[in-house]
Design a protein around this ligand. Structure first.
Ligand code: FAD
Length: 554
């Protein structure tokens, strides 16, 4: 619910202040919050706090005669903070001249003579008129989370991306463009330096927060409600969400633990066109939101911004250790930790990541490059989708691909869409060799690997999609992985007809079971997976089927 606009009364005489407060409440309390202050200084302090919370102030009603700071002096200062609020002075007969001067100097809206009795005649009509004018002309401020920082700061980007991927609405305040926001940030930075500053509607602020803190303050669930579950799923991408939906719907106590945002890689996709049941495609964010809602509705518990760092088996139970040290137990465990994009190993790239260089399709950034020339590096579907998406905003999108064409790595439908999009250029045999820029990306150099010719492209943004590495360190030394780190499951574990080392069951590992019974793997982190949303979702669901069979054995 939007915060009520505020009327603030200021007077140094307690009796007068109480009387004006009482009369204001009498008439306005349903629509406005009435605040009072015993001096201009006190009122200004309150206003600064209100400003930080982005609370709307509609009207100041101040006595002119106050020791220390007069009414006009207060209104002069107050108007810096709330230029649109209506300003009314309470005056004695002798103050008339000061009031008239204030009409010209500070845009005083009205002055009232003390006493104002009866208020129905001398107070309410004037204020009603001013307030209805204020309501009609001043838009109510945004009353959700606000993130203030610079476009080019990697930490500002990380905070925005985290909020967006977790479907938490926020307002972005660029302090290089918005003087009001800059002042707010300077105030906070006096005690805690750093960017971005996150302002919450209850007045709290966080400076450059980590995901965990941000998630907690934003109201996401970060703590497990029980120490033990039937199934724990590590990773909240399509595979984890698939497992959560099926696990919970089949009556198993199910916990899914996700270190960033539900949706995983798919959640960052601008448009998934090949997922069953969505003929026009759907955005990854939409898929993530629908699946997470469905899992919770069916009874699964989803933790966000919690990372599992270790896994152990202590028969018959399986345990996960969270980054903070907490251990949670379960009967069966699913590893659905997916993969993350490979880094481009070029000097300067790491420093500029988030400041013009991005891994994956950071949808939140696309609109910032409206009318500019941006680069996409990579030749797989993810690169193609990103190029199509950015082409809606950018003046031109160039795809740098190592191969001779896009055909080798991309689905035909995307190759065709790209060919039919006038502002996308494909640069084949192109390899990025250098990046330029100090605080932000300014240009990229690439080499044609056939001719050896180098080209410098001035650009504010480069989006990189060059393959992936599995997130499987948490099971290192516990379950068998291949040399690239992908988890082996099912028949891939059988070598020369032999079951994996230490395997104690009188059966082969189930299709998606790892070398440790009761620990399953699903999705991109598994050796042999096809790196598709539908497959990941299906594998998550299939794990649950095998878990039922496994649970009959223990
Ligand atoms: C930009 C982009 C576009 C794509 N478009 C398509 C498409 O159109 N069609 C298609 O079929 N496929 C597409 N894909 C591929 C598809 O998204 C993946 O195959 C799919 O997301 C894999 O799902 P997953 O659950 O196995 O892994 P991920 O989606 O990688 O999810 C794994 C999750 O586990 C979390 N995690 C990792 N380690 C831990 C830990 N230790 N503790 C807690 N959590 C952890 C991660 O934060 C992540 O959220 C696209 C991929 C990308 C990047």
């Amino acid at each position: 619910m939007a915060a009520k606009p505020i009327i603030i009364a200021v007077d140094d005489e307690p009796q007068v202040l109480n009387a004006v407060y009482r009369d204001l409440r009498q008439h306005f309390r349903d629509e406005y919050r009435i605040l009072r202050a015993g001096s201009g200084t006190e009122a200004l302090e309150t206003l600064r706090q209100l400003k930080q919370r982005n609370d709307p102030v509609a009207l100041f009603l101040s006595d002119q005669r106050m020791p220390g700071m007069s009414g006009t002096e207060f209104l002069t200062e107050a108007r810096q903070l709330y230029p649109e609020a209506r300003k009314v002075l309470l005056t004695a007969y002798a103050d008339t001249e000061a009031a008239i001067t204030s009409i010209n100097t500070i845009g005083l809206d009205h002055y009232l003579r003390k006493p104002w009795d009866p208020p129905e005649q001398n107070l309410y009509p004037v204020l009603d008129d001013l307030l209805s004018d204020w309501l009609a002309t001043v838009p109510l401020p945004y009353d959700g989370i606000r993130v203030a920082g610079t476009l080019w700061s990697a930490s500002s980007h990380a905070v925005k991306d985290f909020l967006a991927r977790n479907q938490i609405p926020y307002e972005w305040l660029d302090i290089e463009q918005n003087a009001d926001a800059r002042k707010l940030v300077e105030e906070v930075n006096k005690t805690t330096p750093g960017l971005p500053v996150v302002f919450f509607p209850d007045g709290q602020t966080l400076v450059d927060p980590d995901h965990r803190l941000l998630a907690e303050r934003a109201g996401l669930k970060t703590e497990a409600s029980q120490p033990f579950y039937d199934i724990i799923i590590v990773g909240g991408g399509p595979a984890g969400l698939g497992a959560a939906v099926y696990g919970a719907s089949e009556g198993l106590r199910t916990l899914m633990i996700e270190k960033e945002a539900a949706g995983g890689q798919a959640g960052t996709s601008s448009r998934i066109e090949n997922y069953l049941g969505f003929p026009k495609g759907l955005s990854g964010a939409d898929l993530a939101r629908r699946a997470a809602t469905q899992a919770v509705r069916l009874g699964a518990e989803l933790l966000t911004a919690q990372e599992v760092v270790k896994v152990r088996a202590d028969d018959p139970y399986r345990y996960v250790t969270l980054k903070g040290g907490q251990e949670l137990g379960c009967k069966a465990l699913i590893i659905a930790t997916g993969v993350s994009v490979r880094e481009l190993p070029i000097t300067g790239v790491r420093e500029l990541t988030g400041a013009g260089i991005y891994y994956g399709a950071t949808l939140t950034e696309a609109a910032n490059y409206r009318g500019r020339h941006v680069l996409v590096v990579g030749g797989a579907n993810s690169a193609g989708q990103a190029a199509m998406f950015f082409a809606r905003y950018a003046e031109k999108v160039s795809i740098l691909v190592r191969a001779g064409s896009l055909d080798a790595g991309m689905s035909t439908y995307l190759v065709d869409q790209i060919a039919g999009t006038a502002n996308i250029a494909v640069l084949p045999h192109a390899e990025v060799t250098a990046v330029q820029g100090t605080d932000r990306l300014e240009a990229v150099t690439y080499m044609n690997t056939i001719t050896g010719e180098s080209t410098i492209v001035p650009t504010p943004a480069m989006f990189i999609f060059i393959g992936a590495e599995p997130h499987t360190e948490l099971v290192a030394g516990i379950v068998e992985r291949n040399p690239s780190g992908f988890i082996l499951t099912g028949q891939n574990l059988i070598r020369d007809g032999k079951r994996p080392k230490g395997w104690a069951k009188r059966r082969d590992p189930f299709l998606l079971e790892t070398s440790v019974p009761g620990i399953f793997a699903a999705g991109d982190a598994r050796e042999g997976s096809t790196k598709r949303v539908a497959q990941a979702v299906g594998e998550g669901a299939v794990c649950v089927t095998f878990i039922h069979q496994y649970l009959k054995e223990v």
